[in-house]
Design a binder for this molecule. Sequence first.
Ligand code: OOG
Ligand code: MG
Length: 262
Amino acid sequence: MKLDAKTIQQLAEILETAELTARDMVKITDAHSNMDWDDAYAIQDELRMRKERRGIRTVGYKAGLTSEAKMKQMGVDTPVFGFLSEYFAIADGGAALSSELIHPKAEPEIAFVLKHALTGPGCDVAAVLAATDYVVPAIEVIDSRYRDFKFDLKSVLADNCSSSRFVIGCRKTAVEGLDLPSIEVTLEKNGEIVAHGTGAAVLGHPAAAVAMLANVLAQRRQEIPAGAVVLSGAITEAIAAKAGDKINVRAGQLGSVSLNFV
Ligand code: OOG
Ligand code: MG
């Protein structure tokens, strides 16, 4: 660690204020170029604990930058991980309030809901599938707190990987006999298909992203608890959305999920 505890707390506070007031900021590595990976995760942990201390539950986790399309779009080359607080969740067909967001983008994902906790190291696709209660199609709304979505990996990790809102579909599908890599996924904006891909776009198998997340959390002595929702990462690039836009994601036999920006 290169930053002291006080600086970590201050940076978490600045990032959370940017989130809650929907105002952007410059990336934190501009002023703290010496920060390391542990500092970045420590800031994210502090962000989560600030919310938990106020009684806001953490309902899940997310993996990001797990597909070629996303890494290319954001100009980075390693997956990242964040947490999901209860107020990030929006019901299927519900509304995302643009006034609460800076410059939101929507992306299609496959979400896993766990029946058993997942603990690394050594977590793999088989372990994830065995611990999964069901999968659902999802829309993640990302909203980097950094100006123009410009960041490096340490800055984005500290910013909880742009996590902002998410919607999961209502149809629950068991993973037994399901071929997740071959699921075809389309992202529609206002009735037009704007991006498409298959489950395989996420590290060859979306469950591999969940396994990687469990293994990263294990390095920080954390696990993914039973009951958690886990977003496995965008299958396509993310699409900007503003008030008036309707986003729909179709994921073959997993069904569909939608969100209205108001
Ligand atoms: C970082 C978050 C990426 C995903 O699914 O790839 C992410 C970003 O692109 O702002 O959530
Ligand atoms: Mg995402």
